[in-house]
Design a protein around this ligand. Structure first.
Ligand SMILES: Cc1cc2nc3c(=O)[nH]c(=O)nc-3n(C[C@H](O)[C@H](O)[C@H](O)COP(=O)(O)OP(=O)(O)OC[C@H]3O[C@@H](n4cnc5c(N)ncnc54)[C@H](O)[C@@H]3O)c2cc1C
Length: 435
């Protein structure tokens, strides 16, 4: 058996198969496992995540895996609602911008309980936002929806957004910390989970092996990589559709699969963590959770580990994440930390450590948090199709029946694809593999 991609879904699929006695080789194009998960160690010794990090409410597979791999969870410290900073000023919570945006979100929350009308397929979120009254209310919604989805809002339909919200159980569930998608964190870093999975005894993960060609027939699969050829009975491809478009298939995949690759794109996202000796801001104010409405807009969270140093996490998404690419590292840092100084104090400008990553620039991943549907392309909605094509199976968070887009979805999809393979092997189909 071969697995393409050593992200969470590929590593889970390989482990599931290995535990049932199937020999598995994981081929990974990057020089490290983990894909969209990446933990680093700060100068102060704390662990932090530049990729996926939060354990959402009800993400039971992830919680179980974190416990099994010997890591510890801690609750997010959160006010429940962030403060909004425009330029350097705090916007009043009861002011017209916040009230208008809240009313729009409430109306949306109610509307998205029903299927979205088809006419929304041709209407972009950017066009819809243009009709919200008030510049600041519009901007607040723009930043919120951008950071939540990582979409280019002029390339994302109202229909796609509404269906994504419905699928995830509502906007509140998507954006909330307590009881929502950002409920807990992992002391050792979520990226430690993929590191530990790849290092387990018996795990065979070949990094630096990009799969460029896949020949598939009734007898099995031949994978051409940048370093040689691998023959397997079956293969699980865990690469998200817009990225797997770079693999040549022989015979070509069914038209629906090719259309899915063409009709989806990876979100753009920049993430940074500022590290301080301690979370000193907690002595001064109740919390350090903000939405920045200047340019770039973004979200700031206090992700400090318990009893550890202070961590402030920054997320900037969509076109504004790409705009940051043109700045020098110190200018990016100043641009993001500057608006916080009037509220947290000048100490915020001098972190002991600064870790950052622009995921849309990572060749092997293509962006994040996940793949998104282009306007009008309903095949790109969660869960994305994963119907096997002969001996080829599909996994990856985008294909998850539950919590697609999240680490939890990656785990679910890896387990599901492994079960499909076991059923296929039990039927005796695709028996000519060597790994
Ligand atoms: C900045 C950021 C923040 C996030 N925050 C959260 C969060 O807080 N909580 C949460 O639950 N989720 C979060 N996510 C999403 C989460 O990280 C992903 O859902 C999950 O990691 C996806 O795993 P995967 O295995 O499906 O895909 P990937 O991790 O993308 O794995 C696919 C692998 O395939 C490899 N690959 C690509 N092409 C080839 C090829 N041709 N040959 C061989 N290998 C190839 C890639 O290098 C990659 O390693 C975040 C993502 C990002 C980027």
């Amino acid at each position: 058996m071969a697995v393409v991609g050593a992200g969470m879904s590929g590593l889970v699929a390989a482990r599931h198969l290995r535990r049932r006695g199937v020999a598995v080789l994981v081929l990974e194009s990057a020089d490290r496992p983990g894909g969209r998960m990446l933990a680093e160690t700060s100068v102060l010794g704390s662990r932090l995540d530049l990729g996926g990090q939060w354990v959402g409410h009800g993400h039971r597979r992830l919680e179980a895996l974190a416990a099994e791999l010997g890591t510890e969870l801690y609750p997010m410290r959160t006010p429940g609602r962030p403060d909004f900073i425009d330029g350097s000023r705090l916007i009043p919570a009861a002011g017209p911008a916040v009230l208008t945006a809240s009313a729009v979100l409430l109306a949306w929350e109610i509307r998205t309980r029903r299927p979205a009308p088809r006419r929304w397929e041709a209407r972009t979120v950017a066009a819809w936002l243009g009709r919200v009254p008030g510049r600041r209310a519009r901007r607040l919604l723009e930043v919120l929806l951008s950071v939540t989805s990582t979409a280019d809002l002029d390339r994302y339909s109202m229909h796609a957004l509404a269906e994504a919200v419905r699928y995830q159980g509502g906007l509140t569930a998507m954006t909330a910390t307590r009881g929502g998608a950002q409920e807990k964190l992992i002391v050792e870093g979520a990226g430690t989970l993929t590191d530990r999975l790849a290092a387990e005894p018996g795990a065979r993960v070949l990094t630096g092996h990009r799969v460029t060609r896949i020949r598939h027939d009734d007898d099995g699969v031949t994978l051409g990589t940048t370093s040689g050829t691998v023959r397997a009975a079956r293969a699980i491809v865990t690469v998200p559709p817009p990225v797997s478009a770079g693999i040549a298939y022989d015979p070509p995949l069914p038209a629906a699969r090719t259309a899915l690759e063409r009709n989806t794109y990876m979100g753009s996202v920049y993430k940074a963590i500022a590290v301080y000796e301690r979370p000193w801001w907690r002595n001064r104010r109740e919390h350090a959770e903000f939405m920045l409405l200047g340019r770039p807009g973004g979200a700031v969270f206090d992700t400090s580990p318990p009893d550890g140093p202070g961590h402030l996490c920054f997320l900037v998404a969509g076109p504004e994440a790409r705009e940051l690419d043109g700045l020098r590292a110190e200018d990016r840092r100043r641009t993001l930390l500057g608006p916080l100084a009037p509220h947290l104090g000048p100490e915020v400008l001098a972190p002991a450590g600064w870790h950052e990553k622009s995921w849309h620039l990572v060749e092997h991943v293509g962006g994040g948090y996940a793949a998104l549907a282009s306007p009008g392309a309903t095949d790109g909605y969660f869960p994305m199709p994963s119907e096997p094509v002969g001996a080829l199976h599909w996994a990856g968070t985008e294909t998850a029946r539950e919590h697609a887009g999240y680490i939890e979805g990656a785990i679910e999809s890896g387990e599901r694809a492994a079960r499909e393979v076991l059923e296929g092997l039990a039927r005796g189909a695709g028996g000519g593999g060597e790994v």
